[in-house]
Design a protein around this ligand. Sequence first.
Ligand code: ATP
Length: 371
Amino acid sequence: MANPWNDPEAQPFIRIQGVSKSFGDYVAVNKIDLDIYQGELFSLLGGSGCGKTTLLRMLAGFETPTEGKIFIDGVDMSSIPPYERPVNMMFQSYALFPHMSVEQNVAFGLKQDGVPKKEIAERVAAILDMVQMGKFASRKPHQLSGGQRQRVALARALVKEPKVLLLDEPLGALDKKLREKTQFELVNIQERIGITFIVVTHDQEEAMTMSTRMAVMNQGMIEQVGSPVEVYEYPATRFVGEFIGSANMFEGTVVEEATDHAVVRCPELDADIFINHATNLPPGAPVVAMVRPEKMKAQVEKPESQYNYVRGVVTEIAYLGDMSIYHVRLATGMVVQISQTNLRHTAEQRLTWDDEVYLTWHPGNCVVLAQ
Ligand code: ATP
């Protein structure tokens, strides 16, 4: 599938234009511009209180923007009440009716809309099959597991065939294992029905696993919009680099800038950083250079290159089974994190405490961000 966000001709399905929301003098959402395309699974990701739920609630019509406009399918939503919007919201609590069976819960909205009985039965059966809850149709919510309740809530939201489904922390109530499994299920269901999902989450792994694209929010603003790979490999700001995954950040200055490379000097490091592309910043500009833990290699011998290394001592080791994380303390006292995949049962040269090592990285594996 071509990515519509890279196609200048493509029309966004949801257009958020200069939207702000204040509660008294507190600005929860601050002048957000965002386009979301049909069929996307788009995540709003950010820490607690960054405004992601408020933005979702404005899309649903439960909050009115203080400023700006929201268009869905080309229609200005300013005067459209929640129940007339082509969106449906799945709440974190799932809000299932406890006294109704699974089937009745899912049928409820269609009944309210006066859909004929026969059609209700067909649609409910089809959607319960899709979320693999057909055989539990007559159970009550308290007879279901957390994951099953989540799927019923999803079925109830989908049965009304909204053009957009808004999901607020959809997997928040599930334990880690089930969460991971359900992430894949949710993506599969979304791909099969092809409607646009907008998911609010504070869990970066969840956003990375599920999304076509994501917006990383901070203090009511969007710091970056991009695919999981773009956001992880090329964070636009220091906040994004630190929020998504682990990152070693070295503060420094640009000392050389050319069309095909740049050199950055950092007081923490023993050698200058060589980057195999331009930074578009002038010499003297203060920057922060980011190297992810898995992009660093440890070796005992001094590297031959005059660039991209630092010496340190291994101070901590965390063995996680599939991988190990090492903390390496530099001469300056800064602690750098590196990770290694445990490919063999016994690696020939496993690092151990107090080992003196040189950490190195490839010139393409350092991201330079303006300070
Ligand atoms: P969380 O992950 O904790 O739910 P969030 O990013 O979804 O966080 P929001 O619920 O959007 O955050 O809230 C953003 C900010 O706006 C918070 O500081 C919150 O206290 C404030 N806020 C939200 N709703 C209201 C309200 N009705 N009245 C006053 N302040 C509010």
